[in-house]
Design a protein around this ligand. Sequence first.
Ligand code: PMP
Length: 378
Amino acid sequence: MELTLNRAAMQVELSGIRRFTYLVRDTPGACALTIGEPDFNTPEEIKAAAKAALDDNDTHYPPGNGYPYLLEALSEYEAREHDLHYSPDEILVTVGATHALFIGLQTICNPGDEVIIPTPAFGLYEALVQLCAATPVMLPTENNRFQIDPEQLRAAITDKTKAIVLTSPNNPTGCIYTKETLDAVHDILKDRPIFVLCDDVYRTLVYSGEYHSFSEYQDMRDRIIIINSFSKPYAMTGWRLGWCMADAPIRERLQVFEQYSVTSVPSFVQRACVTALKSDTTYIRDAFKRRRDMVYRRLCDMGLDVQEPEGAFYMFIPIARYGMDSVTFCEKMLAEGKVGLIPGVYFNTEGYMRLSYCYSDADLTEGLDRIERFLKTL
Ligand code: PMP
């Protein structure tokens, strides 16, 4: 008797980022600069709202797409803060941005479709596309200051292209797309039946530069799915809460995957989401900006040719000149220098490593000192 499992489930590799993170964690005395989540705790008032909801016995099945009061709050927040106008029935509360991306891709992709992923990219996209039995098409940007080259994008499009994923600020580079880049992408896509998944989870963590999201191109509203999350701006990664917004006909179908995968997100956390939307977390952004400036200065002083990131909380550091692939380099740096960074290959880009500055000043200083000492041994 031969047992067979789903082909995609057998082929898709488990996250390299996670594997490497565990390797760092299990290396005695290692200093980790790996993690992609704020080192802050969830603000007290957000936790208090969830506790109060529990005490009120808000423990029953909530409505499928999110409580109407939360959908209303999200709709108002998006209009007020980001000038995005989606009615409550064009919003869906999800289990983090991860789930929003999962159901977004499941809703639009058929087997054999192609999805363009500008790289370096968060590894999740490639895996999710493969789980749809669709084909990820990588679009390298590292030779173009991490901006999409319009000619390369045009060349990547085929009659099977179903979607493109745009992440700005980006994980792992921290770069944001310029208005010029977005205009060029819009010019290419506006008359084509191609969906745009706007992964805007770092949208509120921008420290310099003029920020624009592709979500602003509302003439393409029928093809845009906007993905967002409570994880990063409110230090709520463990709560697993996000949301997505899309034109009514798409949103209508997104709920099929929502319904049959999770029914809904948990009930009592939804009140906390409303509190989060009203919370002032600029102190988190300010801390990241200060750390970005400090880390960038130190890396430049080490002679590393890093592109200054405008947002998120990562630096993508070029290491090709050391003549090793990124996994070998990072493993060596971990074993000998006792400092852990994530190999660039896990973001589909060789010759780099990702540093996260979601750490205290003391940890960052220690990690940077170790990187400096290790580089001198090469
Ligand atoms: N998109 C990007 C670009 C990310 O970096 C992450 C998390 N690292 C996610 C989505 C997933 O976030 P969530 O915690 O909301 O699932």
